[in-house]
Design a protein. Sequence first.
Length: 234
Amino acid sequence: MSKRIACVLAATITLAGVLGGSAVAAEAGQGAADAQTATSCGSVRLSGSLPAPPAGMAVQQQVTIGDDCKPELGPVRHVPAGAASPPAAKAVEGARTGAAAAGTRQLRTWNEMFDCCNIRMTGLYTTSTWDTASGRVVNAATEARQEWNREPWDAGWSLLSSSGKDDCATDCAVVNAEAHASFTYAGIFDPSGTVYANTHHSYVRIGADSGASCHFDVELKQTFIGWNWRHGCE
């Protein structure tokens, strides 16, 4: 636990970021520094988009809150399917091993937040399945899962709410699927349950001829140096 506390020491800064191909951060002001408290980078919203990778591959990206409280945009990486971060690989494993019917396509996504010690705090995972014929999406459905970290003394992160929808399910030119999950925290770092909150949004766009693409957002009520956001699809 001392290692986790050591990850988050210094003064208070608020950061706002929106990421696509670039990163922007704005300092909103500095509060009184307290040597006994953790370094906060305040609230942040991060966004990113990825094209669906070729069959048998996964595409992923990581964004890290840097030492200056600015988001550091990592490269977009293509790796073999199943070679994503261990939590993401485990979360989509059941969907991957459940073989799809011949001619049916699947796309799995992950949208995860890790703390400075690389402990996954919260995550949202989706599996979209669809069939195409004659330039149309014949049918489509998206399922979502949520996972979160609990502490041994019945504390930690909790799922507050979740939702999702597809704007079309049968005989569609394009399908826009979305999933949302909001998490709260009450535990050793904040017994009051008022300081932390993570909200994840995942979107998949499916076209009969144009393939698929993924878009991700995460809204964080509180962040710290070293926190990192990982998102991808396969």
